[in-house]
Structures are given as C-alpha cells and as structure tokens.
Design a binder for this molecule. Structure first.
Ligand code: UT7
Length: 318
C-alpha cells in the first residue's frame, strides 16, 4: 500500500512553561502533574503563529527527504487550531514554502495525523498524487481554559511533518469514530451569529471528562493496535517502536502491559511537550529519526485517540 516516509521534521515555540510556573497559575503541584501524567514541561507560543511552526516543520521534512517544492502534488494539514478558519492551515503554509498544489485541512482532533496519512495513501493509491506533504500542527494553548487545573496542565504547542513518496510502507491502517462519546471532549466555536440569528454556542475553550477519556484511550489503543498488527501479520516482537499519541504516560504504560510490549519499545517525549494533540505523533517520529533511533526497514505502530471521540492506528515500515 501507498507511501514511504521520505523525510520528517518538527518545530516548537521558543518559550517553555514548566510545572513549577503552572503552580503559580492554578492549584496544582509538580508532584501531581508528573505522577498523574508524566509531563514536566510544555512549549507555549508567544510570538509564533501556527503557520510559522507548520512551515518550519515542513521545511525540515522536505530537506530531510531532499525534496523540492515543485515535486509536491498535495499538502494535507491536521489541526484544530489554525490561525484562520479560512484560509485553512494548509492554504496558509503554501506561500511560506513556495508550493503551488491542492491543499486542505483535516480535523479529527488528536487522531488527525493518522487520518491525514490514510488520506494521503488513498490519493496515492488512486493515482492522484506521488509526493504528499502531511503536516500536523497545533496550538492547544489557544483553547485551554487556564482556570481549569484538570486540563490546563496537560496541553502544549508544536508541529510535526512527513514528506511522503509513493512506496510500500503503509502495512495496515484503521480509523474509527465513536459519536456517542463525543461530549467527553469538546472545543466549541464561541458565540456566533448570522444575519438571521445570534446563537450561544459552546465556548471555544476545551472541556473534557479526563477519567472517561482515559478509559476510552486504553480500550481503543489496545483494540486498534491488535487489529492493525493482525492485519499486517505481525506481532509485538516485530515492532521496533510503538509511536503513540502523547496524552498521558499512565495510558501508555497500561496499554503497554496489556499488549505485551517491552518498556524500550514505547517511544515517549511527553515529559518535554505535554499533549500537542494531532502533532504529537509527528513530532515524536521526527525526533526518533533525528536521534538515529529509527533505522530504514524498522516497523513502527502509530496509535492515537481523541475528540470525536476518534481513534486510529497504523503499521508503517520506515
Ligand atoms: O488527547 C486526548 C485528550 N485527553 C486525554 O488523554 C485525557 C485522559 N485523561 C487523563 O489523562 C487523566 O484523567 C487526567 C490527567 C486528566 C486526570 O487524572 P486522574 O488521575 O484521572 O484524576 P481525576 O480527574 O480523577 O482527579 C483526581 C483528583 C481530583 O481531586 P479529588 O476530587 O480526588 O479531591 C481532582 O480535583 O485530582 C484533582 N486534580 C488535580 N490536583 C492537582 C485534577 N487536576 C489536578 C491538578 N493538580 N492539575
């Protein structure tokens, strides 16, 4: 099926916000945040736009692949937090990269990067594209309720990108959505009005039932990983790394034990980034490549869950 990951890249804002600084904003402690989530610090945009972060990550992925702007047939961005609703984030990055090709956003919340990868694969399988740039970029701190200690300590900002070329690297992929659980994680539109009426829509801050999302995460992650491994005809022993959405270290540890992976098979950078929604897998992947931890031919499993509620998993030969 479809693509090879030819290049990877990532970017994050300059400013960090560590747990100690958060204790001066809400009633929390470094001990609570580290023991319940594994997070020690996160990046928060102060001067950067999301478009700038997305462009930086994409440039790194293109350089990493040795790809020219002119070779790119399609740009897909995953985000819940674009600088503008229209133009889309994908539309906004084209100028910064000097690319002229079709470009659109997908929004499947934290699962969005994997939704975008499967969309890219479908374009390639349909013969509509040979080189696709996929960028996942998020500014969750735009949508965080800074008075809600149960959620504001979790999120951070960043961007990751992959340059995909036609190949055989996507061994299995499965996307899901469970709409009956959609109210467990909501970011509204804020107050809106049309020429006809003014409505009180949900506020644009994030509201979440953490413990229920936690249960959904463990269940869906275990089911989705088993399913894509079966579909690829592989077992945990064939996998170099699980590259999971970075939401909570305890979610990853619980799923790891149930699935029978060893500790060093689970890739983690949550301590430095917090939860960057759909950008988290893309950033982690690019860091693994940069650190020389991922070699050509290694199999990885990516797995995500989030608003919708959505979930997704795929097996990729790097
Ligand atoms: O990308 C997907 C998005 N979301 C997720 O993945 C979230 C999944 N869920 C989680 O990660 C966890 O549920 C949380 C980290 C959000 C919360 O951890 P928890 O162990 O499920 O805590 P809890 O919500 O059950 O709260 C336990 C206690 C409560 O106090 P009481 O009622 O026991 O007195 C909370 O008020 O911890 C309290 N609490 C805090 N205390 C200090 C909640 N947030 C904080 C905080 N600092 N930041």
């Amino acid at each position: 099926m479809s693509f090879t990951i030819a290049g990877t890249g990532y970017a994050h804002p300059v400013r960090t916000l560590d747990n100690e600084e958060l204790t001066r904003m809400v009633d929390t402690s470094d001990e609570w945040i580290v023991s319940r989530t594994g997070i020690r610090s996160r990046y928060i945009a102060t001067t950067e736009t999301l478009t700038e972060l997305a462009v930086s990550a994409a440039r790194m992925a293109m350089d990493n692949a040795g790809a020219e702007a002119a070779s790119i047939d399609l740009v897909i961005c995953s985000t819940v937090a674009g600088d503008t609703k229209c133009p889309t984030l994908a539309g906004n990055v084209l100028g910064g990269l000097d690319i002229r090709c079709p470009a659109f956003d997908v929004n499947a919340a934290c699962s969005g990067f994997l939704y975008a990868l499967q969309t890219a694969a479908a374009y390639m399988d349909a013969g509509l594209a040979e080189t696709v740039l996929v960028i996942a970029a998020e500014m969750m701190t735009r949508h965080v309720d800074w008075t809600d200690r149960a959620s504001c300590v979790l999120f951070g900002d960043g961007a990751g990108a992959v340059l995909l070329q036609k190949g055989e690297g996507l061994l299995a992929c499965r996307l899901r959505a469970q709409p009956d659980k959609k109210n467990l994680l909501v970011i509204g539109q804020g107050k809106s009005h049309s020429v006809f009426e003014e409505t009180d829509a949900a506020p644009s801050v994030l509201a979440m039932n953490g413990p229920e999302v936690f249960k959904f995460a463990v269940t869906s992650m275990c089911r989705d990983i088993k399913e894509v491994l079966d579909s690829a005809g592989l077992g945990p022993e064939d996998i170099r790394y699980v590259v999971p959405h970075q939401a909570n270290l305890r979610i990853l540890e619980t799923a790891r034990q149930r699935l029978g992976f060893s500790e060093d098979q689970i890739a983690v950078n949550i301590e430095r980034y917090g939860n960057t929604s759909s950008a988290s897998i893309a950033i982690l992947l690019a860091e693994l490549v940069e650190q020389g931890k991922l070699q050509r031919g290694d199999n990885i499993v990516c797995t995500a869950f989030g608003g919708g509620l959505t979930s997704a998993a795929c097996v990729i030969k790097y």
